[in-house]
Design a protein. Structure first.
Ligand SMILES: *Cc1c(COP(=O)(O)O)cnc(C)c1O
Length: 377
């Protein structure tokens, strides 16, 4: 059996090596390292793939969030609501701009932001909500849109873990994540569902005015060369990354179904095993499975992970600490006990290997090892 890894980027590359290598060589031959035609082409292809009017590439997903917030002309002290259970980048972008991060609890089954908790967090200073489509499943966007409309708020979607996820609204219309709010932000970090060979990110919007502002912010606040209309940043996707992402984009639907196939295998094996709770699927979102995350009794989690590691099955905890209890983000506003769902999830979740290269032999070994462990714990 092949060694089991959390992600298998080497195996994925091997299958399309020639195409990738020639795309990279093409950029080197043309020396189109920065702002070349490959970047413009990839933006166009990705916009079309995601049914978004505009796609603006940038250096990484964290920058994408910061640039999105910069484009909204918020003032220091303005409040932005996001989930307590997410990767730190979401809240970091808010804090860096002198905006006030305001947290909301999540729904235990889906791990996504709880609209009821969002409602409670709204104050006259609230200007935006950043729902995170965590682990590959969309947040409850019907409810978030309703809250935003009622309170005149911007919505920035963080789809770093959910590119290609489709959300079905109450009226049966379907949209891809990143095209539901005003702006969508994603990441091409190597292990993401569409990953490059370094860092990269992109911003989606259907709004022409916002698109122009975003394009200017990523490029030093400039629209006409050497005339700077506002404070911007330098955040670019380079040509080599764009060229290889164009190749990988052609396979993204296959990559997503590979992940869904692995998740279906896990679900089938675990659904009737006492002591394990499989990830809930909501009826209004597809799941692109950036992570396959189980819940277990907190007192058994460490022993489970230990057992798996001993048998060659890697497992990870995403995420062990709620944002409101992170040292850097502690504020007088919050104390332990404020977000009970997130606090409990941080003690009970663990994620299994999830990538495009998992074969049946590996999946069988992983599920057998987990089931043996849970029966002996
Ligand atoms: C990966 C990730 C980001 C940041 O992406 P980078 O490209 O690593 O900066 C932001 N939000 C979430 C939810 C992520 O998973």
């Amino acid at each position: 059996m092949k060694e089991i890894r959390m992600v298998d980027l080497a195996g994925q590359y091997e299958k399309i090596k020639q195409e990738i290598d020639s795309a990279i060589q093409g950029v080197i031959n043309a020396t189109s390292f920065v702002k070349g035609p490959e970047v413009a082409l990839f933006e166009k292809e990705l916009a079309a793939w995601n049914n978004s009017k505009h796609c603006i590439s940038c250096a990484n997903g964290t920058d994408a969030l910061q640039i999105a917030l910069m484009a909204l002309d918020l003032k220091p002290g303005d409040e932005v609501i996001t989930a307590d259970f997410t990767f730190i980048a979401t809240v970091e972008a808010i804090a860096l701009l002198g905006l006030t991060p305001v947290l909301a609890d999540v729904i235990p089954g889906t791990f996504n932001i709880d609209p009821e908790s969002v409602k409670k967090a709204i104050t006259p200073k609230t200007k935006a909500i950043i729902p995170v489509h965590l682990f590959g499943q969309s947040a409850d966007m019907d409810s978030i849109l309703e809250i935003a409309a009622k309170n005149n708020l911007f919505i920035i979607e963080d789809l770093a873990q959910a590119i290609g996820t489709e959300y079905t609204f109450k009226d049966s219309s379907v949209k891809k994540t990143g095209t539901i709010g005003h702006i969508g932000c994603t990441s091409f970090f190597p292990s993401k569902n569409l990953g490059c060979f370094g860092d990269g990110g992109a911003i989606f919007t259907n709004d022409d005015t916002l698109a122009a502002k975003l394009r200017s912010v990523v490029n030093h606040g400039m629209t006409v060369r050497y005339y700077h209309d506002h404070v911007g940043v330098n955040s670019r996707l380079d040509g080599i990354q764009a060229a290889l992402l164009s190749v990988k984009l052609k396979y993204l639907n296959n990559y997503i179904s590979d992940r869904q196939r692995a998740a279906a295998f896990y679900d089938e094996k675990f659904k009737n095993i006492g002591g394990l709770i499989i990830p809930e699927r909501t009826s209004n979102s597809t799941h692109t499975f950036h992570q396959y995350t189980l819940r277990i009794a907190p007192e058994k989690r460490d022993a489970m992970i230990e057992h798996l590691k001993k048998h060659g099955v890697p497992a990870m905890v995403y995420y062990p600490v709620p944002l409101h209890l992170q040292k850097a983000y502690q504020s007088a506003r919050y104390k332990e006990g404020d977000f009970p769902v997130t606090e409990k999830l941080c003690k009970s979740v663990f994620s299994l290997p999830m990538h495009t290269e998992l074969d049946e032999e590996q999946l069988t070994f992983i599920t057998d090892t987990v089931i043996t462990a849970i029966r002996s714990l």
